[in-house]
Design a protein. Sequence first.
Length: 105
Amino acid sequence: MKTLLAIILTVSSIMSFAGDDKLEIVRIKDSSAQSAFAQAQEMTKEINGDRGGRTKFPYLRVCNPTAGDMDDFSFRRKAYTSSSFVTLNHVNGMYTALVKVRCED
């Protein structure tokens, strides 16, 4: 019983120090799957290439730094993405690439 209690307390303390992760999904629509996927790959490369963490991307809403964050010179946002995939909407014939972006302040 003491071991179980110790494990629960350890996990809860680790979770309390964990960052405030956010998830944002960006949708790219195009008439061809190759073009939608190429745009998604370019977006992924751009987000992962931002090492400073202070860049505002026009296609992000949740993971962009706020004006207050930009005034704080010690602020560094960690945004990264590792997945993108393309789906076909059979009703309108458009392809949609989804890019999942995770960010943490």
